[in-house]
Design a protein around this ligand. Structure first.
Ligand SMILES: [Zn+2]
Length: 448
């Protein structure tokens, strides 16, 4: 049995105040730079408006609710109060209180009372689970929908555009969703049975899990208006590398779900429960994060070393910023889709992911099924995947977002928030989240 007996161990980063503060301070500095540097000598496009991305205008006016707290603070405690406020907005109440320890003043005392009140007001959440998923976002709709390369139909159905994703986030926040760490939804009891773990949130808030499938930047997408690969900036933050038509590369903060969500949470810490972001799902047959680490013999020894180190660096940066990484199978072969996968194929697929991807992206107990497939809980192939893969969170696709606990596995179905669902089944979105008409990209072609 390769099962992990503590589902909560998925995030290897200890969450102590120093780490949080360092990350927040760094994040604020980076954010301030991206936002307000008039002369952009950083290698980033950042939030600069792209001519062809209609959803970006909202990013040009910095939110009045600034990142250092709601009200301007003054006096000798101003800095510590601002830092503590930021922590408390992200539900780090104990850490915020710890920061005030040993400090004196009426303002400190009032803040302490406020944080203790907020902490006491957390209530057990008893409602349903929510899990939505995306693929890598379309940056350039002209290229994606030009029917050169991959078909426009496929992208129109299964993808979401940058502008759509950027418009969804404030709507999700307004509707009381809070990003929640999937590994904190389940725990194993003494007998190894998966059980719901208590969720504590402010009254009225709802936990939301987000995942992104196939964050591999496959070759077929390279000329269709997607990011080329991920990288890490000089401050340890994940960026998207985007190539212009002439091959010029830019590091951007708006080229896929991860950097966009990281920016949004910097502005709105209350959208993330204790730093949780989402799940980045990797296959293996084309490497990871846009680096062909499973075709190493195409490269020189130096290139091989650099690519493997880069994948490790990106994985660690993602985890530092609250992301989980999951397996999405190695092959993503049609034998999954048709459920014809044999035991031998399951062993091959699982073995290659364990041996060639996991050592670089890190251990995970989450499996996001290719094509969203379901297996019977007792099927031999499924048990092999769970036990040899070391997974106890299994996420297929299901528009009702059902979630259940059976034996040693937590099953969490996901709703695809893509063109197909938004256009063909808008009620699946509006029943829970928002009216898709508010976000749909006008650049999408008609869908038949
Ligand atoms: Zn997939």
């Amino acid at each position: 049995m390769a099962l992990k007996h503590d589902a909560g161990r998925g995030n290897p980063m200890p969450r102590w105040p120093l780490y949080i503060l360092a990350a927040l301070a760094l994040a604020m500095a980076v954010f301030a730079l991206i936002r307000f540097l008039p002369d952009r000598d950083l290698p980033v496009k950042g939030d600069a408006p792209d001519t062809d991305a209609p959803g970006l205008e909202q990013n040009n006016t910095p939110d009045q609710e600034n990142v250092s707290g709601d009200e301007p603070q003054a006096g000798p405690n101003a800095d510590v109060l601002a830092e503590a406020d930021l922590l408390a907005r992200g539900y780090y109440y104990d850490e915020a209180l710890a920061l005030l320890e040993g400090k004196e003043g009426d303002d400190i005392a009032a803040k302490r009372t406020e944080f203790e009140g907020l902490k006491a007001a957390l209530v057990p959440y008893t409602g349903r689970y929510y899990h939505i998923f995306f693929h890598s976002l379309i940056i350039d709709t002209d290229l994606a929908f030009d029917n050169i390369g991959h078909s426009a139909k496929g992208y129109n159905e299964w993808m979401t555009t940058v502008s759509e994703f950027q418009k969804m986030l404030p709507l999700l926040l307004e509707n009381d969703f809070v990003l929640y760490d999937i590994t904190e939804l389940v725990e194993l009891d003494a007998n190894g049975k998966a059980q719901p773990k208590q969720i504590l949130l402010p009254e009225g808030k709802k936990p939301l899990v987000i995942s992104i499938d196939d964050v591999n930047y496959y070759d077929y997408m390279k000329t269709d208006g997607f990011a080329d690969r991920l990288d890490v900036d000089e401050n340890g933050r994940v960026v998207t590398i985007v190539k212009d038509a002439d091959g010029t590369e830019h590091a951007t903060y708006d080229g896929d779900v991860m950097p966009i969500l990281d920016s949004f949470v910097l502005e709105h810490p209350e959208f993330s429960f204790r730093g949780a972001k989402g799940i980045v799902a990797e296959t293996g047959y084309a490497g990871a994060f846009g680096y062909r680490i499973t075709d190493l013999d195409w490269f020189t020894p130096d290139e091989q070393k650099a690519m493997l180190a880069k994948v490790e660096e990106i994985a660690q940066a993602l985890r530092n910023w609250g992301w989980q990484i999951s397996s999405h199978s190695y092959t993503h072969n049609q034998y999954w889709n048709k459920l014809t996968i044999t035991m031998d194929e399951m062993a091959y697929d699982t073995g290659r992911w364990k041996n060639e991807i996991e050592p670089y992206v890190g251990e995970t107990n989450i499996f996001i099924s290719p094509f969203g497939v379901h297996f019977g809980a007792d099927e031999e192939r499924f048990r092999y995947l769970i036990e040899e893969g070391g997974f106890n969170i299994y996420c297929p696709v299901g528009s009702n977002m059902n979630a259940w606990f059976e034996d040693d596995v937590f099953y969490m179905e996901r709703l695809n928030l893509d063109g197909y669902t938004m256009i063909k089944h808008p009620e699946r979105v509006s029943n829970h989240f928002f009216d898709p008409a508010l976000v749909l990209d006008p650049a999408r072609p008609p869908m038949d």
